[in-house]
Ligand binder design. Structure first.
Ligand SMILES: O=C(O)CCC(=O)C(=O)O
Length: 269
């Protein structure tokens, strides 16, 4: 039976399938964006051990140490959990997967002026969703462009296998892995208005440059999902959540991926 799209147009679905990514405009209202900003502003004033540990000492000169990314806020913040299960996002994911999506991860990036970027990488190297793949929903909380370190994607690389990364340039990237784009393919900036959501396939090579502005944060709420028929996921993404908020556990994927298990021991996510 052919799947009937509920939210996306055929053209949007084709764009995702052909290019590996899709921007859907205005999935968050300005009130919802204000709510998210205010929640994460309050959160940024304190440490949450294991999830958010800012360096507030006067000697610190790295803006990213003052405002590191918040890992898995849905595990300790009810609002973050609700926004991870934001209905308009889940509806798009349902159309992309042609089945229900399970929420596996949330993150919040403040990316203040001057902050380093994140070198090119592939998300399913980490999430290890099988069978199927993870999809990211990257929500622009502030408008994002090339200057404030918006996302970069290498179109069509979703057909590229997951590869073992090289080392990233620590002066430009706060993460340690770098996946080189295939020959003749380049990363292109994704320009987004606040409230837009970028959906992308877990094999798509993507990352971001430094925030080169003096005064514009580039906040983003980033969640990763698995298809409901997946049976395995990496150990750091349990439990997952169904659209109704109930928990589900998949089998932990022991696959060391293209680098083997020793690599994982060296670079726990
Ligand atoms: O927002 C960024 O700067 C990078 C985010 C990213 O690459 C990811 O969430 O996988």
């Amino acid at each position: 039976m052919t799947y009937q799209l509920a939210t996306l147009t055929e053209e949007q679905k084709r764009q995702f399938e052909n290019e590996g990514f899709l921007i859907v405009k205005g999935l968050f209202t300005s009130d919802q964006l204000e709510d998210i900003k205010s929640e994460f502003k309050t959160l940024s004033e304190n440490s949450v051990p294991g999830y958010f540990e800012p360096d507030i000492s006067p000697e610190n000169s790295d803006p990213l140490k003052r405002y590191p990314r918040v890992m898995h806020p849905h595990r300790f913040n009810e609002k973050a959990k609700n926004y991870m299960l934001h209905e308009p996002v889940l509806q798009v994911l349902h159309d992309l997967y042609e089945e229900e999506a399970l929420a596996a991860q949330s993150m919040f990036y403040y990316k203040p002026p001057g902050a380093r970027g994140q070198a090119l990488h592939q998300d399913n190297f980490y999430l290890k969703v099988e069978p199927g793949n993870c999809i990211a929903a990257w929500t622009a909380v502030d408008a994002a462009d090339e200057n404030n370190g918006g996302l970069l994607v290498v179109p069509k690389t979703h057909d590229y296998d997951i590869v073992c990364p090289d080392a990233a340039d620590a002066k430009e990237s706060f993460t340690t892995h770098y996946v080189k784009p295939p020959k003749d393919q380049k990363a292109v900036p994704v320009v987004m208005d606040a409230g837009d959501v970028l959906f992308f396939n877990g094999n798509l090579i993507h990352g971001s440059y430094r925030n080169r502005t003096q005064d514009r944060f580039r906040r983003a709420f980033i969640c990763h999902y698995a298809n409901a028929s997946a049976t395995q996921i990496g150990q750091h993404y349990q439990p997952l959540y169904r659209p109704d908020g109930s928990e589900v556990r998949l089998i932990e994927n022991p696959d060391g991926g293209p680098c083997g298990v020793e690599f994982e021991a060296l670079y726990p996510h």
